[in-house]
Design a protein around this ligand. Structure first.
Ligand code: DGY
Length: 321
């Protein structure tokens, strides 16, 4: 019997391709070309599975052009590239990679928090530019991390992992806001107190955003919310572009309405709002919060498990629909 045909839409670890090849006839985009939607539709012809990266828009138009497609497996946790109602209507399963990147992403949240609060990249640029001539009492004086108040918006698994780092690692007071309040036992395990979004913005020294993107969470932080924050506060966006109004953030940083920001995700990425480049008190990284080799490998393995589960065992391991 011939093996099911799978398209891997971007470059991936050679080890992942070896695993896939045990069960599937695999075509992979190891050149890592960025395909247009119509190129993707052409490449998908004849394939029953797509190994995807959270970037490819899977919607009614694509599904109508690829009637043989049965499953799209994101190796990412986020799946806002999937139009799930359209996929369900077309009988196509979507899967993601839950529980693969929680701790790694929480670590990176702290990398951005520390880098912004303690002005790591700003001072490094100064040093590299040969501007360091002597010690000075207020040179790159930043804000305190230990003992400060950490406000987390979005208290899912990553939010909880960040809360534990803050409470137990840095002795921070942790407050959070979420669509629904957590159970008391979970709050206790995270040493986190539920507050309104307004109270969180008004009192936190560091605001960490980890909410999933949806129409509802679009611009969770805009000009009005930035105006509520302390002038000494720090904002970290680990979640998705579009959760923050990047233009409003650049304006707030420029007028020192808040002290600093760390962004791993951007509205319309990989484009970055040009105003953000002109702000010194900001740390910008290219959507790498989950990027360690073991974690990216675990994410890829989850996508393989989903394809194997679906085609060989009759059930994807983390189906979304
Ligand atoms: C995810 O998995 O959703 C991440 O944002 C990709 O690194």
């Amino acid at each position: 019997m011939s093996k099911p045909r799978i398209l891997v839409t971007r470059a991936i670890f050679p080890e992942t391709l070896v695993k896939l090849a045990e069960h599937f006839e695999v075509e992979s985009n190891q050149a890592d070309d960025i395909w247009t939607k119509h190129e993707l539709m052409a490449k998908l012809q004849g394939n029953v599975g797509a190994f995807t990266f959270g970037l490819e828009r899977i919607d009614a138009e694509l599904l109508a052009a690829c009637p043989q497609l049965k499953i799209c497996t994101n190796m990412t946790v986020g799946y806002n590239n999937f139009d799930l109602p359209a996929m369900t209507a077309a009988g196509v399963i979507g899967t993601n990679a839950p529980d693969t990147l929680t701790e790694t992403t929480a670590d990176f949240g702290f990398a951005l928090l520390m880098a912004t609060a303690r002005r790591v990249t700003e001072s490094e640029h100064f040093l590299r530019a040969g501007k360091w001539k002597s010690w000075r009492f207020d040179m790159f004086a930043g804000s305190e991390v230990h003992g400060s108040t950490l406000g987390i918006i979005g208290m899912g698994k990553i939010g909880q992992a960040i809360a534990k780092r803050g409470a137990f690692g840095f002795g921070m007071k942790v407050i959070y806001n979420n669509r629904s309040r957590l159970e008391v036992a979970t709050e206790t395990a995270c040493q986190a107190r539920y507050v309104s979004k307004t109270e969180l913005l008004q009192t936190a020294d560091h605001v960490m955003l980890v909410v999933p993107y949806s129409a509802e969470s679009h611009h969770t932080i805009g000009a009005a919310e930035l105006a509520l924050m302390k002038p000494t506060a720090n904002l970290i966006n680990l979640a998705r572009g579009g959760i923050v109004d990047d233009a409003a953030l650049a304006a707030a940083l420029n007028r020192r309405q808040i002290a600093a920001a760390g962004l791993d995700v951007f509205e319309g990425e990989p484009s970055v709002h040009p105003d953000l480049f002109n702000v010194p008190n900001i740390v910008l990284t290219p959507h790498i919060a989950s990027s360690t080799v073991p974690t990216r490998m675990a994410m890829a393995n989850k996508a393989v498990d989903n394809l194997v589960g679906f085609f060989l065992n009759g059930k994807a391991v983390s189906a979304l629909n």
